[in-house]
Write a protein that binds this ligand. Structure first.
Ligand code: NAI
Ligand code: PYR
Ligand code: MG
Length: 569
């Protein structure tokens, strides 16, 4: 006996979803629409007779057709637009296509092409997706979120940006909504978070991007970025409204500028279940790559000497988590901080100079650097590498080409297997190309990048380049939080996620092996991360779900892109 009247969708987990709309209304609902995959009986029952061409195509046949259409698109941006439109028509088909061609399509729906799509958001704008909240109308915030149509128990993840620090391309105004929908695509493709249980949000607080303000097509608020008290009050209202409307959701902050990113994380991390992906997601995946690299060099984390080029949102987060692991390995906090040399736009961070509070732990003493070469007081990367003799070089500066041949060769003089990670996105902003780094270090460098790079062949060795992108962590983190109903995201979870990713690479020890799992393994990686997060949530007393077997719980919750059975009665 069923609880509801047909027609309805019968899901694998026993749930039944009523189908209340008919005809074109149904075809316009991307989660229900299946186009030519509706059978004739379904078309009769759902008011679709005459609204579709008579032929029937299975999901598999539809995937083959849309894949060939995809391949005909002339540019990567056109491919991105094609996939965006497809997601707006038929989400199961979109996610099935993405799942079957993940390595090929992730760079299209995510970095690097998403950077272009965001820059040209207003020019290509055709239909909305997500929730647009304007700082000029805070009183409409609750109504706007409610209009999205999801109830208190129907949301697992809210991804929010204020668009000030999109990837490495900076302030992109309202177009930043596309980073939130992009991240949510990755949540679904990588971790099986149900696409309808997610809310993408842009906080339109204005923009300082003059190109956008002068573009007649721009679809955002046309004024400078609001800062100060009004910004803080708007953010506070947003966080409190989300916590009230969706009490079980994870709130994911994305691409805020450095000052706000760290400040907001500190302010809200103990108040609700929230994390900052650029700080914590990035720190976790980079820690995984560094742990794998350190294992290959036969050393320990506590012995690393680490230069962080670009100690902003991502760079400082990476340093903090590496420092915490060094402390776990027995160093005092001060000894561990001392193993870092961090640079900002004014060069090496030195005590007494102006810097942000989250950078202070990594500043060097003025006495120590007194004899170092500087240009108007600015100590540059080459001098830092010469003096500090790092074993690990992290790039989160968005300064393309800043890991020069001279710098990499200097580092290699003292580090036989230098760990070098140009992590800036999108691809044109990378601090160096893996091919060059390998050439300058005679193939000895252990490398990870932020955006995807093709393998490099040198002699008989094929080097697979690890993509240290937070996409290897945030989907599994979100899934683990959702399955365990964790009340907070903790540093323990961030480190557990990193160790889980690194554990997948323990057998990868041949020359040329990647430091991280490949994008094709994203589902496995996300499930592994989710299980580690669930276990940590339990250990830390933060899990509100009775998990039983976390592996089974995680696998059962992962949504698969299949058409559910339609029960017609
Ligand atoms: N691989 C990944 O998963 C991730 C990569 N990133 C990338 O990292 C880059 C930075 O992103 P955020 O940390 O969010 O930006 P951010 O603006 O917070 O940090 C950038 C830092 O670089 C510093 N900087 C600027 N010019 C410099 C120079 N000439 N020398 C040294 N430092 C300089 C700035 O002072 C700032 O501290 C972006 O390209 C972003 O795409 C960010 C998050 C995740
Ligand atoms: C990957 C990412 O989050 C970034 O580049 O900002
Ligand atoms: Mg980001």
């Amino acid at each position: 006996m069923t609880a509801i009247d047909p027609p309805y969708l019968q899901l694998d987990n026993g749930e039944q979803i009523p189908i209340r709309v008919r005809g074109y209304q149904l075809l316009n609902r991307p989660m229900l629409n299946r186009g030519t995959a509706f059978t004739h009986d379904e078309r009769r029952a759902l008011g679709l007779i005459g609204l579709l061409p008579p032929g029937y195509a299975s999901l598999e046949a539809q995937v083959r057709r849309v894949y060939s259409q995809y391949q005909e698109q002339p540019t990567n941006l056109a491919k991105n637009v094609f996939l965006t439109h497809m997601r707006d028509r038929n989400e199961v088909l979109f996610y099935r296509l993405l799942a079957e061609h993940l390595e090929e399509m992730l760079p299209i729906v995510y970095t690097p092409t998403i950077g272009e799509a965001i820059e040209q958001y207003s020019q290509w704008y055709s239909r909305p997706r997500g929730v647009y909240l304007s700082i000029d109308r805070p009183e409409e915030m609750e109504e706007a979120l409610k209009n999205y149509g999801l109830g208190p128990d129907e949301v697992d993840i809210v991804v929010v940006t204020d668009s000030e620090g999109i990837l490495g391309i900076g302030d992109q105004g309202v177009g930043g909504i596309a980073i939130t929908t992009g991240k949510l695509s990755v949540y679904t493709a990588a971790a099986g978070i149900h696409p309808r249980r997610c809310v993408p949000v842009v906080l339109d607080v204005g923009t300082d991007n003059l190109r956008l303000l002068n573009d007649e097509n721009y679809v955002g608020e046309r004024h400078a970025r609001v800062r100060g008290d009004r910004y803080d009050e708007f953010l506070d209202l947003f966080v409190k409204t989300v916590a009230r409307l969706y009490p079980n959701a994870l709130l994911h902050f994305e691409d805020f500028a450095a000052a706000n990113a760290h400040r907001l994380l500190t302010q809200y991390r103990d108040e609700l279940c929230t994390f900052n992906d650029d700080i914590q997601g990035t720190a976790s995946v980079v820690l995984a790559a560094v742990l794998a690299a350190v294992q290959r060099t036969g050393g320990r984390m506590r012995d690393q000497r680490v230069v962080v080029h670009g100690a902003g949102t991502a760079g400082a987060g990476i340093a903090e988590v590496m420092r915490d692991v060094m402390v776990q390995e027995g160093l005092s906090r001060e000894e561990a901080n001392d193993r870092f040399w961090a640079l900002g736009s004014r060069g090496l961070l030195v005590e007494g100079n102006r810097m942000r509070d989250f950078q202070e732990p990594f500043a060097r003493g003025a006495d120590e650097v007194a004899g170092w070469a500087s240009d108007n007081g600015r100590i540059g990367l080459e001098e830092v590498v010469r003096q500090a003799r790092p074993t690990t070089l992290i790039g989160t500066s968005a300064q393309p080409g800043s890991f020069t041949e001279a710098i990499v060769r200097e580092m290699h003089k003292h580090a036989p297997r230098p760990i070098i990670m140009p992590l800036s996105n999108p691809t044109p902003l990378s601090e160096a190309k893996p091919e060059d780094i390998l050439a300058w270090t005679d193939g000895q460098a252990l490398i990870a990048t932020g955006s995807p790079f093709a393998p490099v062949v040198r002699g008989t060795t094929r080097y697979r380049i690890a993509q240290a992108n937070n996409a290897l962590v945030f989907p599994g983190l979100g899934l683990g939080v959702s399955v365990s109903k964790a009340s907070r995201v903790t540093d323990g979870m961030v480190i557990a996620a990193a160790r889980a990713v690194a554990s997948l690479m323990e057998d990868a020890v041949a020359p040329g092996d990647s430091l991280l799992p490949s994008v094709n393994q994203l589902r496995t990686v996300s499930a592994t991360v989710a299980v580690a997060v669930c276990r940590t949530a339990e250990e830390e007393g933060l899990a509100r779900a009775d998990l039983g077997d976390p592996i089974q719980a995680v696998i059962e919750q992962m949504w698969q892109p299949n058409y559910a059975r339609v029960v017609l009665g």
